[in-house]
Design a protein around this ligand. Structure first.
Ligand SMILES: CC(C)(COP(=O)(O)OP(=O)(O)OC[C@H]1O[C@@H](n2cnc3c(N)ncnc32)[C@H](O)[C@@H]1OP(=O)(O)O)[C@@H](O)C(=O)NCCC(=O)NCCS
Length: 146
């Protein structure tokens, strides 16, 4: 069975930036503080993708989810999202913005939401306030009641 482990991306971020730009994902704000990025590594020690989390009060923005093109369609994307949320636990809800992968995230329990229903702290992130096109779908994973 396939699995991935996450490692923190620290220091040299050039591979992360390259993977994001090759897949058309934003890179402008990656080096800024307040973001945590992970490298997803398969059991054979090959890097298969990346992900990131930006904390916004109790809520968080899941971002920079990418599976390297050669490794797509093998469930790595699904595992990367699950492992990222385990590695960076979020007290509140998890939001994201996507232009192409809404059906992928909706498979994982995310629901599309209107901008009017998105907290200011999430709307104020650089991704949502400027970098992502206004046409991007904003999605939310509601924290289950505890
Ligand atoms: C979206 C992405 C992360 C999916 O990764 P992946 O490893 O290919 O996905 P998985 O193999 O885990 O797929 C899980 C399920 O989602 C489906 N799926 C994958 N990508 C999809 C997409 N773009 N649209 C619709 N469904 C998709 C798969 O068919 C699979 O469905 P199944 O369980 O019914 O078979 C990958 O295509 C990618 O890196 N895309 C470019 C970057 C991007 O758009 N990131 C999201 C913005 S943050």
């Amino acid at each position: 069975m396939t699995s991935v482990r996450l490692e923190s991306v620290a220091g040299d971020i050039s591979d992360l930036i390259k993977a994001l730009s090759l897949s058309g994902l934003p890179t402008e704000d990656v080096p800024e503080p307040g973001r945590t990025f992970f490298r997803a590594v398969a059991p054979d020690n090959n890097t298969v993708g990346y992900s990131g989390v930006e904390q916004c009060g109790e809520d968080a923005l899941l971002r920079s989810v990418v599976v390297l093109p050669d490794h797509r369609g093998k469930s790595y994307g699904r595992m990367i999202v699950a492992e990222t949320l385990r590695a960076a636990p979020v007290a509140g809800n998890v939001y994201l913005a996507t232009t192409t992968a809404a059906p992928f995230f909706s498979n994982l329990g995310f629901e599309a939401v209107h901008r009017a229903d998105v907290p200011d702290a999430i709307l104020g992130t650089r991704q949502l306030s400027g970098i992502c096109p206004a046409s991007a779908t904003i999605m939310k994973l509601t924290k289950p009641p505890t």
